[in-house]
Design a protein around this ligand. Structure first.
Ligand code: PHE
Length: 453
């Protein structure tokens, strides 16, 4: 019963495929759109420092925990817990993950829709301007209209849904493997342009010269939430991807590679944005619009800017797609395996669900602007609840599960691939991190950041 589809389950076919797919999930709008604007809202370098501590001490251990659970059970996020802890409430962590996937997709597809729209706007030259008043007006007119952003959001959902339907190995692996390196190179080009703008050094100073007075509990919670969002953890995406990983892969090494590369891409996005922010006199705390105001101005200030800008938004949309595939895969794998639905039916149900919730996120910039939950519009609310509450909460339970319930022997086996690898010493440090450091750190940061203590 428990093994009903294990034997004919698809999987990632190679070492590089596993890293590419996992990295494809981690690298996305989180790096290019969210990391810069959240850094800008929280004061720059000091925030980045806290972020780095969060990814290392909490993010990495939880990521490894999820990959281990997935690979061991070869199940979706819900059934993985059911299998390792039958008739215990741990499966609720998986259920919360399925819900998080819907809520994240709600605003994520909205932003991906803006990116799609910008490909076309860049191609027609209609967003080329070094005047940030102009670029910001262009962005407002897109995000604050009704039909346009809804149309792009729906297109995003159709495209990602279609890719998911073709299946794991063919769909995910192939797309991400080829395009990640190109995105990396293009970011490098944007970095160089941004760094050579007059006044760029203020931006570098903002990014790398920490002012420790700016660290507050809210800043720390934002950094922790971003770490979870960035690494695609706390909601079962990495459990699901881990379930497609073969037994001979080195999980801690994979997770470390992914974490480092993902952080590098985020920093590179910061280096692309902030020198330009200061050079063009944009406010660093402009919020979600920051990328869309800054990037057109940077490209407009360079030769062949339009061509590069089209390419840039195409690559960002592809990076976003890699992340969305992993988000969709959580509910889709659950419906297929738990409810025994076909891949097609599960995908359609998921896409329709996201379209419904997602349209409320998109319209919260226009006709639903007055609908506020805890003082936030729906877009910000979905973002806040997932990053700052659901993902860290999922992280606590995943860490506790692996550290205390599943325990030392299993971790040791997964770290060494049952004695094949010599990851031997590090599993002890790892145990300390997942058992003690990660859960306690998340609990304290959440309670303080949410004003509970
Ligand atoms: N990590 C992705 C990004 O940074 C977003 C994501 C979050 C993907 C959670 C899957 C799960 O864009």
């Amino acid at each position: 019963m428990q093994d009903k589809s294990v034997t004919n389950r698809e999987g990632f076919t190679s070492n590089i495929g596993v890293i590419a797919a996992t990295l494809g999930s981690a690298v996305g709008l989180g790096n290019i759109w969210k990391f810069p604007y959240v850094t800008g809202e929280n004061g720059g370098a000091a925030f980045i420092l806290v972020y780095l501590i969060c990814v290392t001490l909490v993010g990495l251990p939880v990521m490894i925990a999820e990959l281990m659970i997935g690979r061991r059970t070869k199940r979706n996020a819900v059934e993985a817990f059911e299998q390792l802890a039958p008739r215990k409430p741990w499966f609720l962590v998986g259920v919360a993950g399925v819900i998080s996937a819907f809520l994240i997709m709600a605003f994520y597809t909205c932003v991906a829709g803006w990116v799609y729209a910008y490909i076309f706007k860049a191609a027609t030259g209609s967003i080329s301007s070094t005047q940030t008043k102009v670029t910001s007006a262009i962005f407002s007119s897109l995000s604050k209209s009704v039909a346009q952003p809804l149309f792009w959001q729906l297109l995003v959902l159709l495209v990602t849904g279609a890719i998911i339907m073709t299946g794991v190995t063919k769909g995910i692996e192939r797309v991400t493997k080829i395009l990640m390196p190109i995105l990396f190179l293009l970011l490098l080009v944007v970095d160089i342009r941004s760094l050579t703008l007059p006044g760029a050094n203020k931006g570098l100073n903002y990014l790398f010269n920490p002012d420790f007075h700016k660290i507050t509990v809210t800043v720390i919670l934002a950094a922790l939430g971003l770490a979870f969002f960035k690494l695609s953890i706390g909601m079962g995406a990495m459990i699901t991807y881990g379930s497609y990983v073969s037994d001979d892969q080195n999980l801690p090494a994979t997770a470390l590679t992914v974490m480092l590369s993902d952080t590098l891409v985020s920093i590179m996005a910061g280096v692309a944005i902030f020198p330009a922010v200061f050079a063009f006199g944009i406010k660093p705390d402009a919020g979600p619009s920051l990328l869309f105001i800054t990037i057109p101005a940077i490209f407009s200030a360079m030769p062949f800017g339009n061509v590069f800008m089209v390419l840039f938004f195409i690559l960002v949309s592809i990076a976003a797609t890699g992340a969305m595939l992993s988000l969709l895969e959580v509910p889709v794998a659950f419906m297929r395996e738990k409810l025994n639905w076909s891949r097609a039916k599960s995908t359609v149900a998921t896409v329709v669900g996201i379209a419904l919730v997602g349209s409320t996120a998109t319209l919260s910039n226009s006709i639903l602007a007055n609908v506020l939950v805890f003082g936030k519009n729906l877009f910000d609310f979905y973002d806040f609840v997932t990053s700052n509450i659901l993902l860290p909460l999922g992280g606590i339970f995943i860490a506790l599960f692996v550290g205390w319930f599943w325990g030392y022997q299993n971790v040791k086996q997964e770290f060494s691939n049952h004695g094949e690898l010599s990851n031997d010493g590090i599993h002890k440090i790892y145990m300390f991190l997942v058992r003690i450091v990660a859960p306690i750190a998340i609990i304290i940061v959440m309670l303080a950041g949410l004003n509970i203590i």
